[in-house]
Design a protein around this ligand. Structure first.
Ligand SMILES: *Cc1c(COP(=O)(O)O)cnc(C)c1O
Length: 248
């Protein structure tokens, strides 16, 4: 299999190295500005729309964590990377349909996008049946509370979509570990305000679930503000790999 492994041209490798150096410097500066230890923040390279060769090149440059948002794309890419003999941690960060749970648990190490009790149960059933170790799961939170978009609702008592029921479902699931929260700053919100609000929600969650300390927030355009408000995982795509051909 290894002779078929995806390869990357030297100029692409240099491009990725330059992007990585820029993003690493931004993260280090943001940690310094916030008085935080650099080791508290994990960078996830969001490789959606980019080929397995880019994943292998990034892994060769020392990147350990990769993110994907669609199972149809992620499953074959993860298989290609594994076939090349390269081990990385895969983070599933996109909207997840329940019927994809069985596929995702085969390659993902962390799922960032659990936003309903029904999805938590489907993921638990899949993880219990399809893997030999627990799967880390984060509750995706809606910062603006708009029920029409993705994310569990922090101030809702809805038994399926409320943040508390979703977090409790993950915490009580045998095949899962409640690791923390994930959010995307809503369109039209200042990142500063969005992540300040997220930090409040995260603090409340930790009163009930003290070990749920992960905070996945910040992307190419707003990682500094997310780190200032306690992000432990930043999900960086375009600043690292280039502009994607299609917006997702
Ligand atoms: C695509 C994506 C990212 C990365 O976005 P960039 O702006 O390219 O850094 C982060 N998080 C999620 C959930 C995404 O879908």
């Amino acid at each position: 299999m290894t002779d078929q492994a995806a390869t990357v041209r030297p100029d692409r490798r240099a491009e990725l190295a330059a992007g990585l150096a820029r993003v690493r410097a931004r993260i280090a500066d943001a940690c310094a500005a916030a008085g935080r230890n650099r080791a508290e923040v994990t960078m996830i390279a969001v490789t959606k729309t980019y080929p397995a060769g880019d994943v292998l090149a990034l892994a060769g440059l020392g990147v350990t964590d990769m993110g994907e948002n669609r199972d149809q794309e992620a499953a074959p890419k993860a298989a290609e990377v594994a076939a090349a003999g390269v081990g990385v941690r895969w983070h599933f960060v996109g909207q997840l349909q329940r019927n994809k749970a069985r596929s995702v648990v085969r390659y993902a190490d962390v799922v960032h996008s659990v936003d309903s009790v029904r999805l938590a149960r489907a993921l638990d059933a899949a993880a219990t049946a399809g893997r030999d170790r627990t799967l880390d799961a984060l509750v995706q939170v809606s910062i603006d509370g708009d029920p029409a978009r993705g994310g569990a609702l922090p101030d809702s008592t809805d038994p399926d979509r409320g943040l508390e029921p979703v977090a409790d479902a993950l915490a009580g699931a045998a095949g899962l570990r409640l690791a923390g929260l994930m959010a995307v700053a809503p369109l039209g919100w200042e990142p500063e305000r969005a992540f300040a609000r997220l930090a409040e929600v995260a603090a409340r969650l930790r009163q009930r679930h003290p070990r749920a300390t992960a905070l996945s927030a910040g992307m190419s355009g707003d990682l500094e503000q997310a780190i200032a408000h306690g992000a432990t995982h930043v999900r960086v795509g375009s600043a690292l790999l280039g502009m994607r051909p299609t917006l997702r």
